[in-house]
Design a binder for this molecule. Structure first.
Ligand code: ADP
Length: 644
C-alpha cells in the first residue's frame, strides 16, 4: 500500500504532496502502514482515504484502488447515509464502534464472509483539534462462526428436546418415568395422567401417589425390573386401581412395558413406563365370550330339545327347501337329515295335497295360525303318515320372514284308534239299525191300529214308544252317517225331488211326535232339485229338531222355503236362546256343544250340525246361521238348482 501511496499524483489531490502533509497525518499513515490490523485513515473535510494492506481486501475488487487517495463519500456512496453522520460525529469528538460487521473478502482465491469489529475514532492534534477519522478493524470471523455454530447446536438440541417432549406428550400411550429406588414420578405425559384423573402424581413416590399398588403383584414386578434391569411386558394384566383420589379401587386391565432406566455407568436409576388401558376392550370381550357361551348353551339346549322331541321338527325356506331335520323327523318320515336337507318339502306331500303348502304359507302371511292341522304325508317308503302339523313363520332379528318351522306330530296311531272307534260305532249302529227299523215299522202299524183304541193307556204308550224309537233312529242314523263320513264312505245318492214337498213332509212327521211349539211353514212353489233326498231330509229334520230343543215350549218356529237366483234356500227361525258370536263359528264342528246352564239338560252329541254341514257341502251348497243371543236363531241352507 506504501508503494501505491507513493505512486499517487498527490499534487492533484486536495491532500497535496506528502512532503507537505502535516506531521500528525504522516505519523498516522506510518503507524497505519505498519499495523497488522486493518486500518483506514480518512483525513480532512473530504475524508481522503489512506489504508494499509490489511484493510485492502475490505474494499474488495470494486472500491480498490480508487479508494486510495479518494473521498470516503465516493467510495462508500451506498452507505454514506449511515456512516456520513458517524464520521461527522467523530469529527466532533465522538467515537463510534460496531461489532461483527460482515465483509465478503477474497483471501484464499474465493469470497468468504468475514466479520470485523469496526471502531471510528478522531485523529486529534496536541491542541485537541480533530483532523480526521481513524478506522481500525478487528477480525471477528472465527468468533462469529463459533458463535453461529454454538447457536446452531443449541437450536438443534432444543429441536431434539421439543421432538422428545412432543413424543412424550402426544404419544398414544401413557408414559411416565419413575425415578430412583422409591420410584418417584419424574415425568408423566397427559395420557398417563388420564389414567388417574385428578390424582397428584408428579414428584411423588409411587406408593405415596398410588398407595393401592402396595402389596400388589405389580409392585413386585416393578421391584424386579429395578433390581434385575430386565424389561417386563404386561399383556391385559389385571391391576386393581382407583381412578380418582377417593374413588373406589376398580379391576382395570393394562398393556404395558416396564423398562429399566440407567445412568452413564449402566446402573439402574429408574423405570420407564409405557402403558395403555384396555379395560373396556377386555370387559367387552369377556362379555362377548359370556354372551357367546350363553348363546351356545341356549342353542345346545334348544338342539337337545329339538332332538329329543317326539315330534318331527323341521325348518324350511320360503321356497320350501328343507333346512333342518331332527331325529323324530327321520323316525316318522324315514329320511335321514343328509338325504332330505336341501330337498323340497313337496317330497313329503302326497300329490293330491300339494296345494296345502302354498295355502299354509298364505294363511300364515295374513297373520293367521296353522295349528294342529291334520293331514297326511308321505314316508320315504311311500306309505301315507297321518300327521298333525303346526307351522310358524321363522323370522330374523329384524323381523323379516326367512322361512318356516314345522312341527309334525305323528297321529297315525290316534287316527287308527279313532278309526277303530268309528268302525265300532258304525258296526253297532248298522247292527242296531235293522232291528230298530222293524221295531219302528211295527210300532207305526200298532200306532195306526191302536189310535182309536178304547185302551187309552196302550194308545198313548205306543205313541210315546214311537217318539222314543224315532229319536233312537235319528241317533243311530247320525252315528252311522258320521262313521261313514269319516271313513269317506258317505255316498251322496242323488235323485230329482220337490224340495218344497220334502220340507212339508219333514215338518208333518215331526209334528206327529212333538206338539210343544207352534211350527209354521211358509211354502214356496214346488222346486225340483237333484240331491240326496234322505240326507237333505235329515238336515231339515235336524234344524227343526234343534229349533224345538233350544227354544222354550210355546214359542214359534218358522220354516221357509225360497227359490231365487238359481238356488233354493230353506230357513228355520226360532225364538230360542240364540247363539253367542264366538260359538257361531264352532257349532258346525264335530262334537261341539255349547255348555250352559240352559243346555246341560238337553241331550245331544254335537254331531247334528256337523253332519248337516258335511251333507250340504257334499251338494256344493251352503249352510249358515244368523243369531242373537237370548233372542233366537235362524239357520239357513242353500242348494244350487242345477240338476246335475
Ligand atoms: P246337538 O244338538 O246334538 O248338541 P248339533 O250339532 O245339532 O248337536 O248342535 C250343536 C250345538 O249347537 C248344540 O249343542 C247347541 O248348543 C247349538 N245349537 C244348535 N241349534 C241351535 C239353536 N237353534 N239355538 C241355539 N243353539 C243351537
Amino acid at each position: 500500500m506504501g508503494e501505491l501511496i507513493r505512486e499517487i499524483d498527490w499534487a492533484a489531490n486536495p491532500l497535496g504532496t506528502p512532503d507537505n502533509w502535516p506531521l500528525l497525518l504522516k505519523h498516522n499513515v506510518s503507524m497505519m502502514l505498519k499495523n497488522s490490523f486493518p486500518v483506514l485513515v480518512c483525513w480532512g473535510p473530504d475524508y481522503i482515504q489512506l489504508y494499509n494492506d490489511a484493510f485492502r481486501p475490505i474494499n474488495g475488487e470494486t472500491k480498490h484502488p480508487q479508494a486510495m487517495g479518494g473521498r470516503a463519500r465516493d467510495t462508500y456512496a451506498e452507505i454514506w447515509d449511515t456512516i456520513g453522520p458517524m464520521f461527522r460525529d467523530v469529527m466532533a469528538g465522538q467515537t463510534h464502534g460496531f461489532p461483527n460487521f460482515m465483509v465478503p473478502l477474497d483471501r484464499n482465491g474465493h469470497l468468504e464472509d468475514c466479520y470485523f469489529d469496526f471502531s471510528y475514532s478522531p485523529i486529534a492534534d496536541a491542541d485537541g483539534k480533530i483532523h480526521g477519522v481513524l478506522v481500525i478493524c478487528l477480525e471477528t470471523t472465527e468468533k462469529v462462526k463459533a458463535l453461529a455454530q454454538a447457536a446452531k447446536a443449541q437450536a438443534s438440541i432444543s429441536t431434539e428436546r421439543d421432538r422428545l417432549t412432543n413424543f412424550f406428550m402426544q404419544a398414544p400411550a401413557g408414559i411416565c418415568i419413575l425415578d430412583g429406588p422409591d420410584l418417584k414420578f419424574e415425568l408423566i405425559n397427559p395420557l398417563y395422567q388420564q389414567l388417574f384423573p385428578g390424582r397428584e402424581l408428579l414428584g411423588k413416590p409411587l406408593l405415596d401417589a398410588v398407595p393401592e399398588v402396595k402389596g400388589s403383584a405389580i409392585w413386585d414386578i416393578l421391584q424386579s425390573v429395578y433390581t434385575t434391569g430386565k424389561t417386563f411386558e404386561g399383556n391385559e394384566l389385571l391391576i386393581p386401581l382407583a381412578r380418582t383420589t377417593d374413588g373406589p379401587v376398580e379391576d382395570r386391565y393394562f398393556n404395558f412395558i416396564y423398562q429399566a432406566k440407567t445412568d452413564n455407568s449402566r446402573t439402574v436409576n429408574g423405570i420407564l413406563v409405557f402403558v395403555i388401558e384396555v379395560t373396556d376392550a377386555v370387559i367387552l370381550r369377556n362379555q362377548d365370550i359370556a354372551e357367546k357361551k350363553l348363546a351356545e348353551e341356549k342353542s345346545a339346549k334348544l338342539a337337545a330339545i329339538i332332538e329329543s322331541s317326539d315330534d318331527a321338527i323341521i325348518s324350511k325356506t320360503l321356497e320350501s327347501v328343507i333346512t333342518s331335520w331332527n331325529d323324530s323327523a327321520q323316525r316318522i318320515f324315514g329320511y335321514t337329515a343328509d338325504e332330505i336337507i336341501g330337498e323340497t318339502i313337496y317330497k313329503l306331500i302326497p300329490p293330491d295335497r300339494q296345494t296345502e303348502e302354498p295355502q299354509i304359507l298364505a294363511t300364515l302371511k295374513i297373520g293367521n295360525r296353522v295349528e294342529n292341522f291334520e293331514t297326511k304325508r308321505l314316508t320315504k317308503d311311500g306309505r301315507l303318515i297321518d300327521v298333525s302339523v303346526t307351522v310358524s313363520l321363522l323370522k330374523d332379528k329384524e323381523g323379516r320372514v326367512i322361512g318356516l318351522s314345522k312341527i309334525a306330530r305323528d297321529i297315525t296311531e290316534k287316527k287308527l284308534d279313532e278309526q277303530r272307534k268309528l268302525d265300532f260305532i258304525g258296526m253297532v249302529s248298522h247292527e242296531l239299525k235293522t232291528p230298530l227299523t222293524s221295531l219302528n215299522a211295527l210300532l207305526q202299524v200298532s200306532n195306526a191300529k191302536l189310535k182309536n183304541s178304547e185302551d187309552s193307556f196302550l194308545a198313548s204308550a205306543i205313541q210315546k214308544a214311537n217318539v222314543q224309537v224315532k229319536r233312537m233312529m235319528d241317533l243311530i242314523n247320525g252315528f252311522l252317517n258320521i262313521s261313514r263320513l269319516e271313513s269317506g264312505k258317505m255316498p251322496i245318492e242323488k235323485q230329482i225331488f220337490d224340495m218344497e214337498a220334502l220340507v212339508r213332509e219333514v215338518i208333518e212327521e215331526l209334528l206327529l211326535t212333538s206338539n210343544t211349539h207352534f211350527i209354521r211353514f211358509i211354502p214356496c212353489q214346488p222346486v225340483m232339485i237333484m240331491a240326496d233326498r234322505d240326507k237333505i231330509s235329515s238336515v231339515i229334520s235336524n234344524l227343526v229338531s234343534n229349533a224345538i230343543k233350544y227354544s222354550p215350549k210355546g214359542k214359534h218356529i218358522e220354516v221357509k222355503c225360497v227359490a231365487e237366483n238359481r238356488k233354493v234356500i230353506v230357513s228355520v227361525k226360532d225364538e230360542g236362546m240364540g247363539i253367542k258370536p264366538h260359538d257361531i263359528k264352532l257349532i258346525f264342528d264335530r262334537y261341539y256343544r255349547i255348555e250352559t246352564n240352559h243346555t246341560q239338560h238337553i241331550s245331544g252329541f254335537g254331531i247334528g250340525l256337523y253332519l248337516s254341514a258335511e251333507i250340504i257341502k257334499g251338494h256344493k251348497g251352503k249352510i249358515w246361521v244368523e243369531s242373537e243371543s237370548g233372542k233366537g236363531s235362524t239357520f239357513y241352507f242353500s242348494l244350487p238348482l242345477e240338476t246335475s
